[in-house]
Design a protein around this ligand. Structure first.
Ligand SMILES: Nc1ncnc2c1ncn2[C@@H]1O[C@H](COP(=O)(O)OP(=O)(O)O)[C@@H](O)[C@H]1O
Ligand SMILES: [Mg+2]
Length: 253
């Protein structure tokens, strides 16, 4: 589904990610875990086209996506969760969703600008798609509300919804429960399970160990930029290198 081959990123003298490779299989939840500063977000940014790798490649099937622009990567069925700060505060939930839909489908830009004959039909289509996705992420009732009235958890749900409007094959999430309490984390975990049930592959970057153990099919562990282990949750739990990295005290379950 998605392959990462020897990805490396250097910032000046610092190697944030070193020679990391893995293959994500269709339909699974693949998690990348590791302590703060391990290189998870840098890896994520290289996978989504936000950062150019110093070395290495990313493939969707046979198609190399490293070096392509973020929108080209989206067009190949890869969607990432956007930081909640990229939501438009002055607009309602539904408007944020419709804008995302129009951006992702490209078509919407000229149609909206020129009010072409196709515009009304397109508008209705965008609205239906947005409402459907809002229902899926549990925000149908909030569609008329402005962004600042949403809770943190609801904003995360909306960010996930925005990633889903492009009907991706794989969705990449960087700490989707960052800043949430346990109860909220559990609900987002269930939403991620629901995404997998739709047949969408999920790559999840996380440092909450406990959440990952119940959710992921397979896990890669990063420590100081290097992949120190890969396997099922049971294999990871019993892996000596992982236990040592964790006893190093930086990872909080
Ligand atoms: N743009 C950047 N310039 C310089 N150093 C960076 C940059 N982004 C990240 N780093 C460094 O790379 C390392 C990995 O960071 P990051 O990928 O954010 O880790 P994680 O997401 O696992 O917490 C850290 O030491 C961080 O300070
Ligand atoms: Mg990070």
């Amino acid at each position: 589904m998605l392959s990462v081959k020897s990805l490396t990123k250097q910032f000046g003298g610092l190697t944030a990610v070193r020679d990391v490779s893995f293959d994500i299989r269709p339909g699974e939840v693949f998690a990348v875990i590791g302590p703060n500063g391990a290189g998870k977000s840098t890896l994520f940014n290289m996978m989504t086209g936000t950062l150019k790798p110093t070395w290495g490649k990313v493939f969707i099937g046979e198609d190399e996506i490293s070096g392509r622009r973020p929108y080209q990567i989206v067009a190949r069925g890869v969607a990432r969760i956007f930081q909640t700060t990229s939501l438009f505060d002055q607009l309602r939930v539904i408007d944020n969703m419709m804008i995302a839909y129009k951006w992702r489908t490209g078509l919407g830009f000229w149609n909206t600008l020129l009010h072409t004959p196709g515009w009304k039909k397109y508008q209705a289509e965008a609205f239906m798609n947005a409402m459907e996705t809002l229902a899926f992420v549990g925000l149908a009732e909030k569609s008329e509300q402005l962004i600042p009235t949403l809770s943190q958890e609801e904003q995360k749900r909306l960010a996930i919804g925005i990633a889903l409007v492009s009907k991706p094959k794989i969705v990449l999430l960087d700490e989707p429960t960052g800043g949430l309490i346990q109860e909220e984390t559990d609900r987002i975990t269930r939403l991620i399970e629901k995404i997998r049930e739709q047949g969408i592959t999920v790559c999840l970057i996380e440092h909450k160990m406990q959440m990952i153990m119940g959710l992921a099919n397979r896990i890669a562990v990063l420590n100081y930029g290097e992949k120190i282990a890969e396997g099922t949750p049971d294999e990871i739990k019993n892996n000596q290198a992982v236990i040592e990295a964790y006893l190093g005290g930086e990872i909080h379950a």
